[in-house]
Design a protein around this ligand. Structure first.
Ligand SMILES: [Zn+2]
Length: 150
């Protein structure tokens, strides 16, 4: 966690992005790390956790982080929480809480609220379209013989 907090500080000081850092550990070895890179990479998804997950998965040459521990300098936002669940590490440790982040100007509570409302009533309206056409691709996936399940 000390390293994750260090990355949060150094990433911010070097101008990489916001004050967030993340380290991923497997068998007591750091296998991935990252700091927030949103503003330097023009990538709104480049949160520290996502950067670290990408780094760890690249180093492991695998799309899952089974048996890994995530150390993040701040409680994950909803996007990173989703990414963490998709990556399936065994445990997450966080330092600052989302209340601390909110007090520093990083409020993600609106996203938690948005998740709970119907898609068409969200602040960014979401409308269904071409469902049947898209369902055909799922049918192809179901019958695909050589698929890699994840
Ligand atoms: Zn995040």
């Amino acid at each position: 966690m000390k390293q994750a907090i260090g990355l949060a500080k150094s990433g911010m000081e070097s101008g990489n992005g916001g004050p967030f850092g993340c380290v991923i550990v497997k068998d007591d070895q750091v296998i991935g790390s990252g700091s927030n890179m949103v503003t330097t990479t023009n990538d709104p998804t480049a949160h520290a956790e996502v950067v670290a997950i990408r780094d760890a998965c690249k180093n492991l040459n695998h799309f899952q982080l089974e048996g890994c521990e995530v150390y993040t300098s701040c409680e994950p936002c909803p996007m990173c929480l989703g990414a963490i669940f998709w990556a399936r590490p065994s445990r997450v440790f966080y330092a600052c809480t989302h209340e601390d982040a909110s007090a520093a100007g990083f409020d993600d509570s609106f996203i938690y609220r948005e998740i709970q409302v119907a898609p068409e009533t969200r602040q960014i309206p979401m409308e269904g379209m071409m469902r049947e056409e898209s369902q055909k691709v799922f049918e192809l996936w179901k019958s695909k013989a050589d698929k890699i399940l994840y």
